[in-house]
Design a protein around this ligand. Structure first.
Ligand code: KIV
Length: 272
């Protein structure tokens, strides 16, 4: 395994497989708008995920279910404009790929044509195999997502760790193998035991990106607002906060309000 880092001017699905082969960990972060995506891309994040977590983070919904295909396309097209280096992966939202494979392909095509995204991500295994196959056959790169799949939250009932039981772990391993076999370029594993995630990563040639899946996988993904501490009420064990922007932004905005009220803003220098 080489530790030398190859420079990528533009990250592609092929680069990610190469990173796995070279033992280079893959960094992935969400972004939903142009300004955030510009910062994320400039910081050399390999993959920007336009996640359907936009439903929670941007729109304030309790789950990822309500966000629509049109809204995902809006977010993705803003992100694509900012991403000069990163691969942009776009979630196909709930209800836009589960009913039949033709509908799934139509949704994926809309995302690719209307947003300019580079790949799509879908949640699930065997249940959505035909949809995934059809999308890949059309030349669209697909990333899988197994483990805690938030679009199925009402089936699970809670956001607790998945695949702790043998039967669910076995299905997850089979689903991951199947997704690789039919041509997915990568898989996200969310909130599952670290040992299971490591075994899956070691059994696949495609990259496995974890969120709450330990360090034995090929890369990590987080929601950027969580990493920056903007969503202070969300505190899962897997989250490492690099800033406390909720408090810092609140204090800055509070200072602005104080300056306006006290008439110290704008000053003469800030006026024409
Ligand atoms: O929507 C999202 O942000 C995601 C990540 C949590 C992997 O799917």
């Amino acid at each position: 395994m080489s530790t030398a880092k190859k420079e990528y001017k533009r990250v592609t699905v092929k680069s990610l497989v190469e990173m796995k082969q070279n033992g280079e960990k893959i960094s992935m972060l969400t972004a939903y708008d142009y300004s955030m995506a510009k910062i994320v891309d400039s910081a050399s994040v390999d993959v920007i995920l336009v996640g359907d977590s936009a439903s929670n983070v941007m729109a304030g919904h309790e789950t990822t279910l309500p966000i629509t295909l049109d809204q995902m396309i809006y977010h993705a097209s803003s992100v694509v404009k900012a991403a000069k280096r990163a691969l942009v992966v776009v979630d196909i939202p709930f209800g836009s790929y589960q009913s039949d494979s033709k509908g799934a392909l139509r949704s994926a095509i809309r995302i690719m044509k209307e947003s300019g995204g580079h790949a799509v991500k879908v949640e699930g295994g065997l249940e959505i195999k035909d949809s995934v196959k059809r999308i890949i056959q059309a030349g669209i790169p697909v990333m899988g997502h197994l483990g805690l799949t938030p679009q199925s939250i009402y089936k699970f009932g809670t956001y607790t760790v998945r695949a702790k039981e043998e039967a669910e772990a076995k299905k997850l391993k089979e689903d991951a193998k199947m997704l690789e076999k039919i041509g997915c370029f990568g898989v996200v594993l969310e909130k599952i035991p670290a040992q299971l995630a490591k075994e899956v990563a070691e059994s696949l040639t495609i990259p496995v990106i974890g969120i709450g899946a330990g360090g034995g996988v090929d890369g990590q993904v987080l929601v950027v607002h969580d990493l920056l501490g903007m969503t202070h009420e969300f505190n899962p064990r897997f989250l490492r906060r690099y800033m406390n922007l909720y408090d810092e932004m609140g204090a800055a905005i509070g200072n602005y309000v104080g300056d306006v009220k006290s008439r110290s803003f704008p000053s003469e220098d800030e006026s024409y």
